[in-house]
Design a protein. Sequence first.
Length: 291
Amino acid sequence: MPKNLMPGETKQVMTVMDDEKTGNKAHFKRQSKSQPDISVVLPTRNRPELLREALKSLCAQRKVKFEVIVINDAGCEVVGVAEQFSENLDLTYISLTENCGSAAVRNKGCRLARGRYFAYLDDDDLFYSRHLSRLSAKLDRAPEIGLVYADVLLLKQELAADGTYRVIGRRTLAQDYDRATMLHDCFIAPSAVMHRRECFERLGGYDETMRWCYEDWDFLMRVDERYKIERVAGVSVVVRLRNDGSNMSSVVKPERLAAARLLQSRYGMGEIQPKTFWEVADTLAIQRGAS
């Protein structure tokens, strides 16, 4: 029995291939008949081995009923990787024919989602086994909260001569929610977030004009204008930062500058300095030391 299905549940199976109307090159579903509590949207592109690791971390989730929506953003075909996990996960896989970017991919996943709560896992990140249960329990207990996020273990990795990555540094990104800080540094990683379905539907999802970067920051700022955001203290996500430019957030300078200008105009931000989450953690540590 798939690990995220409850006793007595069965799976309904539907397979669709080559759907030109929706721009999907390949599409399959392995779904339970009952409604999942959580929908996890997992974007991927050209990283089959990292995708496999991300899906393994989802198989390890405990005490929660969830679905996984994998969207391949016109990268190398990884349907075989996804199918390896279809017996253990309530899984939908879609392969896009055109590269859409982070915002559009997250929107596509959320529009397919069946859960009450939405979470995200980038294909190079990992969840601890109680990540989904911890965050969903917080939303269950506090109806006034719209979005929660976990602390993150940051791993700085270096590409070795043998083609593998080795860890050269570790740091924790942990910060109580503070809008003033968010106006100059986004300290919430996309994979650390869970929010109510209502947040996505009411706000209209992610801004697809921010195709490659800062779409998550913009979404968080819009959520903050209408809902309460709260940290769930304790590390339950691993974010890996690599030195070879293969992270999803690697974008060319003009696109990053255009997205930064949108943030500045919408929220009255000052100059935005491009930072990795490692650099944000450094900034927060310096501020705490000075206070």
